[in-house]
Design a protein around this ligand. Structure first.
Ligand code: PBG
Length: 325
C-alpha cells in the first residue's frame, strides 16, 4: 500500500456519493427481527417502563402490531409469552392453548407472510424464574430437555416458522431437532441462542417478560462474559446438533465473539441487540445526551460489520423509518 502523500485516505471521504461507493457495510430492512411480548387478555398494550416504545400486547393487539411489521417490510418477529399463572414446571410453555400457541395461530391466520419465530425457554413460565426444572436448588439439565422438546413441538404445531431455544441447557438443539423431525417438522429451522452470556444487559427484558429468577442467578447455565473460546465451542456443538442459525447474545459487548463465529463457521449468524442495550440508548436520548437515531444506527451497523447476518432488535421499526428518510 502506498503511503502519504501518494495515498490520502481523505480523498474518498470527500462527499456522500464517494462515501456511498466505498461503504463496506450496510444495514438493511432485510436484517431485522422485531421481538414482541404477548400477554393474556383483550385490547391490552402495556408499555414496558424500561423499554420505551415496547409493549406487552394481548393477542388481538399483537396481530395489529404484526400487521404493522409487514407494512414496514420487516421480515420477522420473535415472540415471548407471559403466562396466566406460573408453576415449578412451566406448564403453560407447552400447553396447546398457551399464550404463545394462541399468539402464533392468530398471527399466522391473519398474516401468513410474516415470519414468526418463537423463543423456547421456561423462565417466563416457571414460578422460580429459572430456565429449567429445579431439584435441590439446582437447574437440572437432562430432565429439562423433555420440557423444551414439548414446548418446541407445540410451537411448531401452532404454526411457528422458526424455533429459537434460549435456555442454554446442554444438548437441547439435538433433542429439539430429533423431536421436530419425528413429528414431521423437518423443514422448520432452529435458530439457536448458542453463545448466550449471563448478562446484566437482560435487566429490562426481565421486567418485560416478568422472568427474573426468584433466587440465585443464571450463571450455572448461561456463559461467563469473560469467555470467547467457550462461545465457539457452544456454537460448534449447536451446529453439530442441527442448528440452522447460530446466535450471539448480547451483541454490543460481544462483537468480537460475533466476528469469530462468523469467520470460523460460515453459518448464518444472528445477534441479539438486547433490552439493556436498547434501554441505555433510549434513556440517554430522553435526557438529550445522545442522538438516538445516530447512536442506534451506529451500534446496529457495528453489529453487522462484526459479522452478523441478522439482528434481533427493539429498534427494528425505528430503523425502517430512519433508513427510509
Ligand atoms: C429467555 C430470554 C432472555 C432474553 C431472551 N430470551 C432473558 C434471560 O435469559 O434472562 C433476553 C432478551 C433481552 O434482554 O432483550 N431466557
Amino acid at each position: 500500500m502506498s503511503v502519504f502523500p501518494i495515498y490520502r485516505p481523505r480523498r474518498l471521504r470527500a462527499n456522500e456519493n464517494l462515501r456511498r461507493l466505498v461503504r463496506e457495510t450496510s444495514l438493511s430492512i432485510d436484517d431485522l427481527i422485531y421481538p414482541m411480548f404477548v400477554v393474556h387478555g383483550r385490547d391490552t398494550a402495556i408499555e414496558i417502563t424500561s423499554m420505551p416504545g415496547c409493549y406487552q400486547y394481548s393477542v388481538d393487539r399483537l396481530v395489529s402490531a404484526a400487521k404493522e411489521l409487514v407494512s414496514l417490510g420487516i421480515p420477522g418477529t420473535i415472540l415471548f409469552g407471559i403466562p396466566e399463572t406460573k408453576d415449578p414446571l412451566g406448564l403453560e410453555a407447552y400447553a396447546e392453548d398457551g399464550i404463545i400457541q394462541q399468539a402464533v395461530r392468530a398471527i399466522k391466520d391473519a398474516i401468513p407472510d410474516l415470519l414468526v419465530m418463537t423463543d423456547v425457554c421456561l423462565c417466563e413460565y416457571t414460578d422460580h424464574g429459572h430456565c429449567g426444572i429445579i431439584e435441590g436448588g439446582e437447574v437440572q439439565n437432562d430432565p429439562t430437555l423433555d420440557l423444551l422438546v414439548k414446548e418446541s413441538v407445540s410451537h411448531a404445531q401452532a404454526g411457528a416458522d422458526v424455533i429459537a431455544p434460549s435456555d442454554m441447557m446442554d444438548g437441547r438443539v439435538g433433542a429439539i431437532r430429533d423431536a421436530l423431525d419425528d413429528e414431521g417438522y423437518e423443514n422448520i429451522p432452529i435458530m439457536a441462542y448458542s453463545a448466550k452470556y449471563a448478562s446484566a444487559f437482560y435487566g429490562p427484558f426481565r421486567e418485560a417478560a416478568e422472568s427474573a429468577p426468584q433466587f440465585g442467578d443464571r450463571r450455572s447455565y448461561q456463559m461467563d462474559p469473560a469467555n470467547s473460546e467457550e462461545g465457539l465451542r457452544e456454537v460448534a456443538l449447536d451446529i453439530e446438533e442441527g442448528a440452522d442459525i447460530v446466535m450471539v447474545k448480547p451483541a454490543l459487548s460481544y462483537l468480537d465473539v460475533i466476528h469469530q463465529v462468523k469467520t470460523e463457521f460460515q453459518m448464518p449468524v444472528a445477534a441479539y441487540n438486547v433490552s439493556g442495550e436498547y434501554a441505555m440508548i433510549k434513556a440517554a436520548a430522553q435526557n438529550g445526551w445522545v442522538d438516538e437515531k445516530r447512536v442506534a444506527l451506529e451500534v446496529l451497523t457495528s453489529i453487522k460489520r462484526a459479522g452478523a447476518d441478522m439482528i434481533l432488535t427493539y429498534f427494528a421499526k425505528s430503523v425502517v423509518e430512519w433508513l427510509e428518510n
